[in-house]
Write a protein that binds this ligand. Structure first.
Ligand SMILES: [Zn+2]
Length: 560
């Protein structure tokens, strides 16, 4: 046996032995990460009783409180002033006013006053105040469609009038491929061009049925403006799909706002002066491709006011930390993050957000518990970010108001959706983009202990789903902090009522959580901060990197 071969064997022995020794030392903590421990947490936080944990909401505040209490119980410390676990993110909320908005119909039979949100709402749910008044014309199926069959003239002058329509689409139009929303938008545009000052739409049977069945009012939609946070030059929002252009070029509508008031069926029947059964027959007729004639509602006038209120509230990032074991390196940090918000209910449909992202939130508990057994030299900050679904707001806010200098954060590990799809595989997004050491740590720890398939399909910012830009690691990366999104991919349940805990793959969750723990330990124990050795423009950490423009996404094909 040659010296060379012996030497290389010795080298291999040191390399493999050294690596497995590191991992086995770390696995004291990794061992206690278990599906059995995580399941009760996910069952609770991923439940529909939190009504989607939208930011801001009382339910998200309750979830935040629970997370903070649990973080303290596990042994994590507060990091914010006055011993607080909450970093309050201010947000200005605009909603349609329940006290000042109304719809009043006056006629021979007296006065009918509808209130929001019980009986009416507005198609423009968050914008500037608007009012309109005038006589009423029911336009039947007129203007329902570009199909000539329905294109009879109303025979009525719509100038200065409020037009009443049914939110119903004849099958002949639906078969033409125009989505119902585009159809409604096209109809109201035509009504406006004919001189109408507003529209009242009697909502579809499906919506009426959904609200009635659940005993609900219309949603009080919100427009949010997050204060004191800079998301300048983030990935541009893609334009919403535009309704198909009308067949003939339309004349420019008159200036000024034009809203559609949406009304429940009882109110709609009263406005038309018909019974609920007669209203039902009108819907039947439209849905059977039959003509419904227009009608001037003689003697009736309507007054509509849609007004908006503003208030400023806060929604919390939950922040907790574990001091590092090294007297010097404890002043540097690994940030492990997840977002705890999801999406608000829509007309009674609740989106539990179990995978997205109660799953990541729960993984943080498991990692924190493992670190109570064995902690790294650097300190570890756990952040449950708010308002991710509103544009990564909580993560931007955290890096911009960080309780520690961002320059001392070695990495951000972002867990967002980890319980679905291929049980043996996980996507890594961003790990190759700022520091080769971060990705190497994943490959080393995974190869030595966890042995998942690491899938880089979505790592490229130009990948059509543009996932690179779509979760909380991105604001950290914009500050030059190496970041990674640990992600299981979407499913048909993404952002739906069916994103429930029962569908969680706990075996996968356990392995992904263990891998993240091992990487956090490895990164937290390295002699220095992760080297910024990949991106030519990003060589130091800090706010100055916000000006760097990442490769822009081209389009999205992801479900909303
Ligand atoms: Zn998410």
């Amino acid at each position: 046996m040659s010296i060379y071969r012996r030497a290389s064997r010795l080298f291999l022995w040191v390399l493999v032995g050294g690596l497995s020794a590191t991992v086995s030392a770390q696995s004291k903590g990794a061992k206690i990460i278990s599906a059995a421990d995580m399941k009760p947490y996910l069952t609770f936080l991923g439940s529909k009783e939190f009504r989607g944990r939208s930011a801001p909401s009382v339910e998200l505040d309750i979830a935040s409180k629970y997370i903070a209490v649990e973080a303290a119980r596990i042994g994590l410390k507060p990091l914010l002033p006055n011993g607080s676990y909450f970093q309050d993110v201010p947000v200005e909320v605009t909603t349609m006013s329940t006290t000042r908005s109304y719809l009043r119909v006056t006629g021979p039979a007296g006065e009918l006053k509808l209130s929001f949100p019980q009986a009416f709402t507005s198609s423009v749910r968050v914008a500037g105040d608007w009012s309109a008044s005038g006589g009423l014309v029911f336009v039947g199926t007129t203007l329902n469609s570009p199909d000539p069959k329905w294109d009879e003239a109303t025979g009525s002058d719509l100038r200065g009038k409020v037009a009443v329509i049914l939110e119903a689409q004849p099958p002949s139009v639906a078969a033409g491929g125009a989505p119902a929303q585009a159809n409604t938008a096209a109809r109201t545009r035509l009504l406006r061009e004919e001189g109408a000052v507003g529209t009242i739409s009697i909502i579809s049977r499906e919506r009426e049925g959904g609200l009635a069945k659940r005993g609900l009012s219309f949603d009080v939609a919100e427009r949010l403006r997050f204060l004191d946070v800079d998301t300048v030059n983030p990935a541009p929002r893609l334009p919403a799909a535009q309704p198909a252009a009308p067949a003939q070029a339309a004349a420019a509508p008159p200036p000024g706002p034009f809203y559609t008031a949406e009304v429940r069926h009882e109110a709609g029947a009263a406005i038309l002066g018909v019974s609920r059964e007669e209203l039902g027959r009108l819907f039947d007729a439209v849905l059977q491709n039959q003509s419904v004639p227009s009608k001037v509602l003689t003697g009736k006038t309507v007054e509509i006011a849609v007004c908006f209120d503003q208030r400023t509230v806060t929604t919390p990032n939950v922040v907790a930390y574990l001091p590092g074991s090294d007297p010097v390196l404890k002043d540097e940090y690994v940030v492990i993050g997840s977002h705890h918000d999801h999406n608000p209910p829509r007309e009674g449909r609740i989106f539990p957000g179990s995978d997205d992202n109660a799953s990541g939130c729960v993984a943080l508990f498991a990692i924190a518990k493992a670190m109570m057994v064995e902690r790294p030299k650097r300190s570890v900050i756990f952040v449950w970010h708010t308002a991710e679904e509103r544009g990564l707001v909580g993560a931007y806010y955290f890096v911009q108001h960080s309780p520690v200098p961002p320059e001392t954060i070695t990495a951000n590990l972002n867990l967002d959706m980890i319980t679905r799809n291929d049980t043996n595989s996980i996507y890594l997004i961003g790990s190759t983009k700022l520091s080769s050491e971060l990705d190497k740590s994943f490959r080393d720890m995974n190869g030595a202990a966890v042995k998942l398939t690491l899938d880089y399909k979505y790592d490229d910012p130009a990948e059509p789903n543009r996932f690179f830009f779509r979760s909380d690691q991105y604001p950290y990366m914009r500050y030059g902090i190496p970041g990674v999104w640990i992600f299981c991919g979407t499913t048909p349940d993404y952002h739906q009522e069916s994103d429930v805990e029962e569908k969680a793959d706990y075996a996968k969750m356990e392995r992904v959580t263990r891998l993240t723990y091992l990487v956090a330990m490895d990164v937290g124990n390295k002699p220095g901060l992760l080297k910024l050795d990949v991106h030519s423009e990003i060589t130091t950490r800090g706010a100055h990197n916000m000006k760097v423009v990442w490769q822009q996404p081209i389009r999205t094909s992801a479900p909303r």
